[in-house]
Design a protein around this ligand. Structure first.
Ligand code: 5GP
Length: 186
């Protein structure tokens, strides 16, 4: 039996979602974070079992075959999936946050219609482009792929229950905390 509420949070890449989420989690220690499995390589500072379960393609395929995901998707050439076991376990004791992209979000919604979908949007498309370019770590071709993807993600926002604009991290986190308080604590 689920005790908690499921919150699915997505945002166009480059929108600062991780920073906002860190702020939300710091303010609501009772919230649990759903740890996804991914075939992407860990970035510096990322810990296996905390940020992701870092797995090989074979391990990921094994999890698909054993029906261990509530949803999974391929994103920018890497596989990402939400393992159902850890999710159920966490939901049994409280509310859970899923940080996943829109395809996964809609797949979760199909299976769990009571999930609350929150989209973090940039103040404008120009601002998002600036933020993506500001990273300065990619070729023009890569940048086009990222921008295309970000534009597509922005178009999905209308299908979410809530859209929160990230003009300023604190304010954006506060708005999300407000939605969580309204839904989880009623
Ligand atoms: P990153 O590689 O930057 O950590 O994540 C890339 C994208 O994958 C982000 O939009 C993130 O929300 C999404 N993501 C992370 N875990 C999952 C998952 O389990 N399922 C899906 N569908 N997307 C995920």
């Amino acid at each position: 039996m689920s005790k908690g509420k499921l919150f699915v949070i997505s945002g166009a890449s480059g929108v600062g979602k991780s920073t906002v989420l860190a702020e939300v989690m710091a303010k609501r220690k009772d919230l649990k974070f759903s740890v996804s499995a991914t075939t992407r390589k860990p970035r510096p500072g990322e810990i296996d079992g905390v940020h992701y379960y870092f797995v090989t393609r074979e391990q990921f395929q094994g999890m698909i075959d054993r029906d261990e995901f509530i949803e999974y998707d391929v994103h920018m050439g890497n596989c990402y999936g939400t393992p159902i076991g850890q999710l159920e376990e966490k939901l049994a004791s409280g509310s859970v946050i899923l940080d996943i992209e829109p395809v996964g979000a809609f797949n979760v919604q199909a299976k769990r219609p009571d999930a609350v979908l929150i989209f973090i949007a940039p103040p404008s498309r120009e601002e998002l482009e600036q933020r993506l370019r500001g990273r300065g770590d990619t070729s023009e071709e890569q940048m086009c792929i990222r921008l295309d993807r970000a534009n597509w993600e922005m178009e999905q926002a209308k299908r979410y229950d809530h859209i929160v604009i990230n003009e300023q991290v604190e304010t954006c986190a506060q708005k999300i905390l407000h939605i969580i308080a309204e839904q989880a604590d009623k």
